[in-house]
Design a protein. Structure first.
Length: 452
């Protein structure tokens, strides 16, 4: 990241043409640089934290390039916590580039990815969890993802962590005082109080960590693989879930010979559903590769839909697949497809736990969607998750491990217990950004878009 003493500039609106574009300038020289690029209409003087002013924007040579608004924010009102000016012009890429180049000519430095948010963090406007949530809000693919990310921007995770951190800080302070002033009665810490505090904090941290899988799926989406023999209607079900004819459907067995992926919105969760080749003894090398990819997709998915044909009896391979469900690491749902043809088959048309559907008519699809959501996110109702980031999960896991060691170390003495409490606090400090080094900052903010 650049030196915080510099003034940075970047286009803050998405690439491409639009009705409005924004060039953001932040730093100690933001106002003077912005005023050098702006000629107000009818009013003289510079802009300093007042209402938007209309005027003409100038390029690096002082030539008119567009008209629009100049908006200035003082340190106390700016997103970055330092003087900031925004140039609102038309969203023409050449105009925005000309204004950016003009700002650089006046002494600004081009901002790196996420550098405005980085400055907001370094100036105390955000903690690291809220800064990362801004990235997630920008990247949201569904309104539910956006809502979860916005709550994190508003401090949802910080609020959940605060009681744990405060309890550990008080416990550590009391414990250290008891050791330092062992002869003073008022600083004595009962062993039961120390043990109780550790176990309470451990329980709170574990409860928060339990949300991690659902939070990961909410943030990143899920992958669902359709698995089954040829001609059970996987491609038809694939199209039915998507609500469009994406996969080729044919009565010819083995039509699907490769994996096909598309994403749909499952109650706010972006779900990538994977249509796979039917599992059967392959007739050629191409089909063999398709079967291999089908098995690979099922093994890497968050959920597998095991599709059966309700219009015929189970085959040996399907009985084997049903038996293997209980030992598989990947959760699965049994789908009895072609329920509309069940009367044409034998008496064996239903199976335990199978969800009857007809990909042709759509019957049973709402029930299947509900079952998929419950399998991916857990049975509802539930609160929106606040732990959605892999880095946060790793830090909280480290805190839980340290608190577990602290609980086990009770017979060994207060000093050892308190050392583990200190380790747990350090892990939580890394989560919020209080104990993070610059290398980690660089890795995190390199994933942001430029202009934010």
């Amino acid at each position: 990241m650049h030196d915080l003493s510099t003034t940075i500039v970047a286009v803050a609106t998405p690439a491409g043409r639009g009705g409005i574009g924004c060039v953001r300038i932040s730093g100690s020289d933001a106002f003077s640089i912005a005023n050098a690029l702006f000629r107000p209409r009818g009013v003289a003087g510079g802009s300093r934290d007042r209402s938007p002013r209309f005027g003409t924007f100038l390029d690096r040579d002082g030539r008119d390039v567009d008209h629009g608004y100049l908006v200035a924010f003082s340190s106390g009102r700016a997103y970055t916590g330092e003087p900031t000016a925004e140039l609102w012009s038309h969203g023409s890429p050449p105009v925005l580039e000309a204004l950016t180049r003009a700002a650089v000519a006046q002494g600004a430095v081009l901002a790196g990815p996420g550098e405005f948010t980085y400055r907001a963090l370094r100036h105390g406007r955000l903690d690291l969890t809220r800064a990362e949530a801004i990235r997630d809000l920008i990247s949201a693919r569904t309104i539910y993802q956006a809502r979860v990310a916005f709550r994190q921007v508003e401090g949802a995770l910080a609020r959940r962590l605060a009681p744990v951190r405060e309890a550990l800080i008080e416990l550590l302070a009391a414990g250290e005082a008891a050791i330092e002033f062992a002869d003073e009665a008022e600083t004595h810490l009962e062993r039961s109080a120390l043990a109780g505090g550790v176990h309470a904090a451990l329980g709170q941290a574990q409860a928060l960590l339990a949300e991690a899988r659902r939070g990961r799926i909410v943030r990143g989406g899920a992958r669902v693989a359709l698995s089954g023999l040829t001609s059970v209607g996987k491609s038809s079900l694939f199209n039915c879930l998507l609500g469009k004819n994406r996969a080729i459907v044919s009565a010819v067995a083995g039509t699907t010979r490769d994996t096909l992926e598309e994403t749909f919105d499952l109650e706010g969760i972006p779900v990538t559903v994977i249509d796979t080749a039917g599992v059967r003894p392959p007739s050629d090398d191409v089909e063999a590769e398709g079967v291999r990819r089908a098995r690979e997709a099922a093994g890497e998915a968050d959920l597998v839909l095991l599709v059966l044909d309700a219009g015929r009896p189970l085959r040996f391979e399907e009985r084997t697949a049903l038996a293997e469900r209980t030992t598989s690491a990947v959760p699965s749902i049994v789908v009895a497809n072609k329920i509309d043809l069940a009367d044409m088959g034998t008496t064996e048309t239903t199976w335990p736990e199978a969800i009857p559907v007809s990909a042709r008519t759509g019957v049973g699809l709402p029930s299947l969607r509900r079952a998929m959501h419950a399998a991916l996110c857990g049975p509802g109702p539930f609160d929106d998750p606040v732990l959605t980031n892999d880095r946060h999960v790793a830090a909280l896991e480290a805190a839980v491990v340290a608190l577990g060691r602290a609980a086990e170390a009770m017979p060994l003495g207060d000093e050892i217990v308190l050392e583990e409490v200190r380790t747990a606090l350090g892990a939580l400090g890394e989560l919020t950004g209080e104990l993070v080094n610059d290398d980690l900052y660089d890795r995190i903010f390199s994933t942001y878009c430029i202009g934010k």
